[in-house]
Design a protein around this ligand. Sequence first.
Ligand SMILES: [Fe+2]
Ligand SMILES: [Fe+2]
Length: 471
Amino acid sequence: MSIDYNEKIPNNVDLAEDRRLQRALEKWQPAYLEWWRDLGPAQSDTFEVYLRTAISVEPGGWAHYDFVRMPEYRWGIFLAPPVADRRIGFGMHKGHPVWHELPGEYRAELRRLIVTQGDTEPASVEQQRYLGATCPSLYDLRNLFQVNVEEGRHLWAMVYLLHAYFGRDGREEAEGLLERHAGDPDRPRILEAFNEQTENWLSFFMFTFFQDRDGKFQLAALAESGFDPLSRTCRFMLTEEAHHMFVGETGIMRIVQRTAELMREHNTDDVARFGGIPLALVQKFINFHYSICLDLFGSEKSTNAANYYTMGLKGRYDETKIDDDHVLTDAVCEIPEVRDGQLVMTEAPALTAMNERLRLSYRQDSQRGVDRFNKVIRAHDIDCELTLPHGAFHRNIGGCAGIQVTPSGEIIDRETWNKRQADWLPTPEDFAFLRSLMRPVTEPGRMAGWIAPPKRGIHGQPVDFDYVHFY
Ligand SMILES: [Fe+2]
Ligand SMILES: [Fe+2]
């Protein structure tokens, strides 16, 4: 399953065999490149960046590393290899062979799933457009661009499915993916968390830690799909997603490390005076990003989510490893609910609670990352712990929307919330402070004062490698 880079659109889906599809995608390609130029990483046209490019989809050794001029990056269509005799693993079609063509009766549902996922990919590129100008190091600048080109490729992945399986309305949806823009008042991106600008590098690392992790869980659930082309696409996307979360996790870890060093050196929590990012501020950003990401999973009770599962279109995280009947008609699960002003856990049919189930898997995965941050803090003998806020904190979707809850889970009235929210969520002053720290550092090996160097470089290169060339 190697990839042919002599093609106009590199791919491993035999695009040359399907002239109509090839022509349609070649028509979409210039619109994509124009979008990249207008809304992709600002001023990166002349940069040559040490990037990885997919050369095969086999596990291990799929990536090739070299310097690439940003606009010449070769975006392509790569699906993970098919699994022989793959069967649908859940829902009413459990045990039947997977669909290699679009199941007509589920056309609308699949289109919606693919468009919603596809919309987040270019959105994140748009949100991160201006970050390059304030990179804390060349190493980080390179990682930003790597994430950006791969999110661009993820858009290609979804657009391929739309073009290949949905005919005319698929083509229209593919155009729409380039017409909606993050934060556009008239045509915003579909999901709320993908409309705010990622304006500083703390936000960027939080984004790649929390939002990209949401991506991981959505892709993992779609990788279980009975619609095999979607499953294969998502399986390959997941291998790229892992790097995005690595960027987020190690980025936060390095900030925490630097902050802890400054706290020890100056014997104070208030490291802002010494050019560091106080742990209290890191905590506020965790509160913000985690809570808006919980919203991305949707309502605790959802008929759509139940239908997607029953139809065999979207499974649970690690569906095949779960020990139950994978049909869940009689199963129940616990979901949070507000009753008489109190947060209580109630029973709901497991099918309608699919979103909650995926959210729980996400919470556990996020917690493991936060535990690793705390290990860094403890290693410096500092008595402070970063935490994920309560699941009901700062929520806009689902049963907890419309109530005010502290990060520790206590329900409070609106007035108390107004008085205290600046303690829990980033304020305009916090953003201004971060802006004052964000000064570009572009000398190989040098780091901004608020972040520790990474443990190692990319692909065996030293940390002080010149990862980006400017012309
Ligand atoms: Fe992505
Ligand atoms: Fe990602």
